[in-house]
Design a protein around this ligand. Sequence first.
Ligand code: 5GP
Length: 181
Amino acid sequence: MKKNKKMDKKVGRVLINKEQIKKRTKELAKQISKDYKDKNLVCITILRGAFMFLADLCREITVPAKFDFMAISSYGDKSESSGVVRIYKDLDMNIAEKDVLIIEDIVDTGRTMDYLLRNLKTRNPKSIEICTLLNKPANRIVNIKIKYVGFEISPEFVIGYGLDFAEDYRHIEDVRVFEED
Ligand code: 5GP
């Protein structure tokens, strides 16, 4: 995307640049490939925020894997957690007896992930783990065990690399702090 000065100011400073993301994504994929050797890996990606992370991560995964998607919402147009989770699109696959890896953009309060875990566990997967690009532990309300974390960040609202504010800014290549005008 071509950026202009005005947009640079609005979207704020770069928190994690594309080179850092690329390097960390490779490391995560290497670990995942090692851990899921000889397993039935099904990656479940949560739309829409994790689409870019998945696209980069999956190309570095070297073991057999299947992919499915869920679309949920936990945020409206505001920069705060509503605690209300709605499924807009459910999985197409049956995940019973599969080794499920949830690919998420960011875990903040943990409410969304808590809901997802409880929902997916009722479908009897063999195992279920979480891989999130970003983790904001300072905001946690529900305790969640996360196996793969890209980056731990401070409790600022971030955008870019798939993450939005009111559906904008997803196509920015770095993770940036959002600064409202
Ligand atoms: P939680 O339920 O853990 O509070 O929130 C999880 C969801 O909230 C994420 O999947 C993401 O959609 C959204 N979210 C949390 N923090 C941020 C943030 O800093 N930026 C953006 N764009 N979304 C966030």
